[in-house]
Write a protein that binds this ligand. Structure first.
Ligand code: FNR
Length: 181
């Protein structure tokens, strides 16, 4: 049966490498698998006072996550951690207490940055959060992608050097989702 996976991007930047990576992943979806890309750029800053009447954008995100069988986080690291915009989205959809949209959804973590170890520490912080949220998260293979010329091909796909690696990561993640469904 068909599965749908949400791909969340931790950068709001128009030319974001992580958004381009997410879009390349979406295009690699095998038959029987669909991807959605929920937006997080219109969420208010999380404020616990609003838990009883969450904003439309928050309710939308929660229902988009509720509707999928897994979540891929494609994110840069900011100052060796999770970008605030992504943490904000995670916090929103985890509330009110007891109604988290994340619980039980198998997760995958991947990211691209300019640095050689780019996103490794940010991913580790994210894994800590996902563990608390009860999201079984693919451990291996890890995917720390370095942004360099040729990472993307002319059509927005993954360039030759990294295509096999990213495809293998995606295959492992989708097998992880099946294992947990
Ligand atoms: C960064 N960048 C960065 N890179 C990295 O490898 N480790 C880090 O800790 C940080 N910290 C950091 C903080 C802030 C506030 C910014 C704006 C940037 C660089 C970052 O990897 C680079 O800007 C990427 O291009 C961001 O990803 P997107 O927007 O291209 O997806």
């Amino acid at each position: 049966s068909d599965i749908t996976i949400a791909v969340l991007v931790g950068s709001l930047r128009k030319e974001s490498f992580n958004r381009r990576l997410a879009q390349a992943l979406v295009r690699m979806a095998p038959a029987g698998c669909k991807f959605t890309m929920p937006r997080i750029d219109d969420l208010p800053l999380y404020n616990q006072d609003d838990d009883a009447h969450q904003a439309e954008a928050v309710l939308r995100l929660k229902s988009e996550i509720a509707a999928v069988q897994g979540v891929i986080f494609v994110s840069p690291e900011y100052n060796r951690s999770v970008p605030g915009v992504l943490k904000n989205a995670i916090d929103h959809a985890s509330r009110p207490y007891g109604t988290s949209a994340w619980a039980g959804k198998p997760a995958g973590v991947i990211g691209v940055s300019g640095g050689a170890i780019g996103t490794a520490l940010g991913q580790q912080h994210l894994r800590n959060i996902l563990a608390y949220l009860d999201m079984p998260t693919l451990g291996q293979p890890e995917a720390f992608i370095q942004a360099k010329d040729g990472l993307f091909d002319a059509n927005g796909g993954i360039g030759e050097d990294s295509r096999k690696f990213v495809q293998a990561w995606l295959d492992a993640y989708l097998a992880w989702v099946k294992k947990h469904s």
